[in-house]
Every structure is written in structure tokens, then in C-alpha cells.
Design a protein around this ligand. Structure first.
Ligand SMILES: [Zn+2]
Length: 49
């Protein structure tokens, strides 16, 4: 399972319809709104680690 970093839900990468690329990694989201929020400010969700 992957984690939707915006809302905290678990997302199955095999069926996820909403994905975004950031710094070479793929992130998965439960809904278009979560993807949009992530893309607007990815660092806020990814963190600095
Ligand atoms: Zn979500």
C-alpha cells in the first residue's frame, strides 16, 4: 500500500487513478483534489528528509 500524503489514506498503487511525479518518485492519491493539493506544494507533504 502507498499512502496518500495529503489526507493520510492508504491507496493501492495497482488501482490508483490519481498519481503525481515528484523528484523521480511516484505518489498516489485517493482523489483528484488530493493530487491537486500535492502538486500545488509537494514539499509541504513530502517533507525534507
Ligand atoms: Zn486523499
Amino acid at each position: 500500500m502507498a499512502k496518500d500524503l495529503v489526507c493520510g489514506m492508504d491507496v493501492d498503487p495497482a488501482t490508483a487513478k490519481h498519481t503525481a511525479q515528484f523528484e523521480g518518485k511516484t505518489y498516489y492519491f485517493c482523489a483528484p483534489g488530493c493530487k491537486k493539493a500535492f502538486e500545488a506544494d509537494p514539499r509541504r507533504y513530502v517533507g525534507s528528509s
